[in-house]
Design a protein around this ligand. Structure first.
Ligand code: FES
Length: 105
């Protein structure tokens, strides 16, 4: 699956990831060397993997309650905010645009 990632400086890059390996978006972002701290290792506890879905949010659906609990503690979150560790890489991500919103390193 191919989607676009916008970094903290507003630069966009296309990212390609296998959609049949059960990877999370957080894992793929880290593997692509984006600055995602992911302090909790993907347990939906740290919210440092915060992303905003700029395009394609309909296909991905809304954040779960677990995610919302974390997102609501952040100083700023958006209607299409997600925790990247809770988003599975699936064909639904095709064409999506993902903006990094987590703390920068
Ligand atoms: Fe900690 Fe996603 S990696 S909440």
């Amino acid at each position: 699956v191919t989607f676009t990632v916008e970094d903290h400086d507003g630069n966009r890059q296309t990212v390609e990831a296998p959609d049949d390996m059960g990877l999370s978006l957080m894992e793929v972002l880290k593997a692509s060397e984006y600055p995602v701290l992911a302090t909790c290792g993907g347990m939906a506890l740290c919210a440092t993997c915060h992303v905003e879905i700029l395009e394609g949010e309909d296909a991905l659906g809304e954040a779960t309650d677990v995610e919302l609990d974390q997102l609501e503690n952040l100083p700023e979150y958006f209607p299409t905010s997600r925790l990247a560790c809770q988003v599975r890489i699936s064909p639904l991500l095709e064409g999506a645009v993902i903006k990094l919103r987590g703390e920068d390193n």
